[in-house]
Design a protein around this ligand. Structure first.
Ligand SMILES: N[C@@H](CCC(=O)N[C@@H](CS)C(=O)NCC(=O)O)C(=O)O
Length: 232
């Protein structure tokens, strides 16, 4: 089988989803991180939406993390998507919901003022209320078997945990006990830990620091070390 190559960016949670599936399935793959602020010409030519991730399989360019993961699931043994077609459809629905959560988190990190930040935070917490209601399995979304939904949410939880260190309150164990258990189960998986560069937390804080918004006012980076200013 052709060895796939994942084109990524060190701070892309979408690309991380594909790396998780590749790791989980123990697929041999190459990975190349590009600088999205100054993408190489070959990438701009290859990527129809100019976004990462793309997966190169021979001459084929597969784009969008959800499509890439579906491809990987079909191409390699040990199917992660559930067999039952209605469960599979519901899983796809919640993956789409996870995309929405990811964008809320992005908007949260870009919020210009505390008031805007609080509005988006409320939207995200309300989304958590909905997820909490559909979470019936343990340790993973569908129960015992790790699936594509899990791979989709793990990077979201990872980045939200970084934001939570700066402005806590996303992971309310009383309001969302099941989400908290799910999140912890996902973040301790080796396939998740190995899906990003080790310095991702620091890079993310540096990226936040550069933004003109509310979040940077809570975070000061000095001499390579983070100092989180308490907002309470
Ligand atoms: N729906 C896409 C979203 C990918 C995405 O937005 N990637 C970001 C980096 S995390 C990107 O490449 N942005 C560059 C741009 O928008 O120009 C997916 O799931 O793969």
């Amino acid at each position: 089988m052709i060895k796939p190559k994942l084109i990524s960016f060190k701070l892309c949670p979408f690309a991380q989803r594909a790396a998780i599936v590749l790791n989980h399935k123990r697929v041999e793959y190459d990975i190349e991180y590009i600088d999205l602020a100054s993408p190489p010409a070959w990438f701009t030519k290859l990527s129809p939406l100019k976004k990462v991730p793309i997966l190169l399989v021979g001459d084929n360019v597969i784009f969008d993390s959800v499509v890439i993961n579906e491809y990987l699931d079909e191409a390699y043994p040990n199917q992660l998507h559930p067999q039952d077609i209605i469960v599979r459809a519901m899983n796809r629905c919640w993956i789409e919901f996870g995309n929405d959560c990811m964008w809320s988190m992005y908007h949260l990190s870009m919020a210009e003022t505390e008031a805007k930040y609080n509005v988006i935070r409320e939207i995200l917490v309300n989304k958590f209320d909905q997820i909490e209601k559909v979470l019936i399995g343990t340790p993973y979304f569908n129960g015992k078997a790790f699936s594509l939904v899990d791979a989709s949410y793990a990077p979201f939880f990872q980045y939200l945990a970084y934001l939570d260190e700066i402005s806590s309150g996303f992971f309310d164990t009383f309001r969302h006990p099941k989400i908290n258990i799910w999140k912890s189960n996902l973040l301790k998986l080796e396939s998740v830990k190995r899906s990003c560069v080790t310095e991702v937390g620091q890079l993310y804080r540096e990226q936040l620091q550069k933004r003109q918004g509310y979040i940077p006012t809570l975070l000061v980076i000095s001499h390579g070390q983070d100092i989180v200013k308490s907002n309470y």
